[in-house]
Design a protein around this ligand. Structure first.
Ligand SMILES: [Mn+2]
Length: 319
């Protein structure tokens, strides 16, 4: 029997995927398996090196044997898997919180696919440790990474995807890793600093292109960043945002999450994208190409709204 390779997304990964890989590989090794956390992707700005311990290490280049098996965390769309995965049959487990591919994986691997829409995939990994009954053996590095994954993906618990399970996991992890009360603020400030160090690259490292089910399967490029002042961020970096996001497809927008004010500023100069967003999220764009949401929307929630809209359109068409 080969080793178990715990991996995540293609191109770039965020702190949620990072925490899941490290902490899940650590758990499997403690349980007597041979497991490796591996990613060939860029670590994006949600993983500030100043705060996240680098030990246990993420393996960057890996020797893959034919009997190795893959566990994929924080992603379930096969188009977005780490490039080390060359065939889907080698995947034995999926742990994710993105909508759209639940049935595909249930049919392939049954209950080994855990896909639920809660705040963070890191919460599932904490729960694996808890049911294994060996929480006290978790390294501080893994606990810190899991806690930051929950903080980031729940938007400091302000996203309405946040579940009581995320809150419970975070409480245990911060106590175990001895993180202070000001940790959340410090974390978001460090992330924003690393965004500002190189804005074009930060945008690239948190951009996804997805096919809209409610818009004839057309591709839309969606950038996403979490900042502490979205209005000033867009004002300052308008041209960079437009250059980065409009180069591949006519449909694009920037999802700027204002974690301090609990809302998003959406920015685009594409009229067709504005119309789609106005219809899908019930927002209004001003003359500067900016729309303000009433709550924080993560990209995965906007894509879920796209799926829901496509389903309700096909239901009303067939009835
Ligand atoms: Mn996630």
């Amino acid at each position: 029997m080969g080793k178990k390779i715990v991996t995540s997304g293609r191109r770039y990964i965020d702190i949620d995927g990072y925490g899941c890989m490290l902490a899940y590989a650590e758990l499997l090794n403690l349980q007597g398996e041979t497991a490796v956390a591996h990613s060939s992707s860029v670590l994006n700005e949600s993983i500030p090196h100043s705060l996240i311990p680098t030990n246990p290490a993420l393996v960057r280049t890996i020797d893959i044997q034919s009997d190795d098996q893959f566990i994929v965390v924080d992603v379930s769309n096969p188009d977005f898997f780490d490039t080390s995965i060359t065939h889907l049959d080698a995947i034995i487990e999926i742990i994710d919180h993105h909508a759209g591919h639940e049935d595909f994986w249930k049919e392939r691997i049954g209950n080994n696919a855990q896909i639920e829409m809660i705040g963070a995939a890191c919460t599932f990994v904490y729960e694996r440790w808890k049911s294994a009954g060996i929480l006290d053996k978790m390294t501080v590095a893994s606990a810190t990474a899991l806690a930051c994954g929950i903080l980031d993906n729940t938007l400091n618990f302000g996203s309405d995807l946040t579940h009581e399970r995320d809150v419970q996991a975070y409480a245990w992890l911060t106590a175990h890793a001895n993180l202070t009360d000001t940790w959340a603020q410090r974390y978001f400030e460090e992330c924003e600093q690393s965004i500002l160090e190189d804005v074009p690259v930060s945008i690239q490292n948190d951009t996804k292109t997805e096919q809209l089910r409610s818009h004839n399967g057309e591709s839309m490029t969606i950038g996403q960043l979490v900042v502490t002042d979205a209005a000033s961020f867009i004002r300052t970096h308008k041209t960079t945002i437009q250059t980065q996001l409009s180069k591949d497809h006519p449909l694009w927008f920037m999802n700027t999450i204002d974690v301090m004010r609990g809302k998003n500023l959406l920015f685009t100069t594409s009229p067709e994208s504005m119309q789609w967003l106005e219809r899908t999220l019930n927002v209004h764009f001003d003359a500067h190409g900016i729309a303000t949401t009433e709550k924080m929307w993560l990209r995965k929630q906007i894509l879920k709204a796209d799926i829901d809209q496509a389903v309700s359109a096909s239901t009303s068409a067939s009835s």
